[in-house]
Ligand binder design. Sequence first.
Ligand SMILES: [Zn+2]
Length: 302
Amino acid sequence: MEKRDYLVRGMVGEGRARVFAVRTTDIVREAQRRHGLYPVPSAALGRVLTIGTILGAMLKGEESVTIQIRGDGPLRSIVATANSKGQVRGYVGNPHVHLPLNSKGKLAVGEAVGAGTLFVIRDLGLKETYQGAVPLQTGEIGDDFAYYFASSEQTPSAVMLGVLVDPNNVPHAAGGVVIQLLPGAQDDEVFISKLESAVGSSPPISSLFAMDKTPEMILDEMFADFDLKIIDRMPVEFACDCSRERFEAGLITLGLDELQELLDAGENVETECQFCRSTYYFSIEELQSMIEQIRSDRSDSQ
Ligand SMILES: [Zn+2]
């Protein structure tokens, strides 16, 4: 099937607020397939991957962002990283959580996450990082990010994230919309209440994507009275930058003793990337040559 995930960025109300809308159906399907996610973990990770693409779109150049959610629910944790090029990847602590639908008849994401903390770590390059941390509000992800933007970044925001999962476990539709008030509009009560009613009267975001509406169509309908201007659009995808070379470098940093132990065990070593579940094998001969490399590096430096 043709992949059609992409993100659009725009402005509403003559520059008083910025908006993002993204379709992430293919991203969430890919995550489900790679991690073998059950429906509740699909919805939880899917919402985090969706907001990840939007946080990524707020970055530039080589910057990246990591989201960590640590909760006391059965899901344990959700981790995702995204960059400014539309690439996102992630995983959950327990991909096989199964819970009954919540009291609203929805996938019980908040219950699976539990109480805990949301961390957002921006890597701005040159070893400069910025970290924000807020207590989880409901564990439903959208509410937690609205709180994060307001309290940690002083940017009042509405965050709508949705993932619809079919009874056969396959994510059917996913996407999100974020609206952020820009400085200058934050005391404009008329504008804010108009925005709130536009957002509040919108159907659930996943149902809009399930009807095959594009991000532009969703913004057009939501902000029909707001002079919407689309600024740009970019493709987004589930992508991991792991490689055999990186895992080999990781094995070498284990050091001589640990590598010798692996070698003595007499079996090939299998490593797995937790973000994308790619596996990389290293043979006994390769372990032997890593050990030799460490030894020769040592004798060179003496
Ligand atoms: Zn990977």
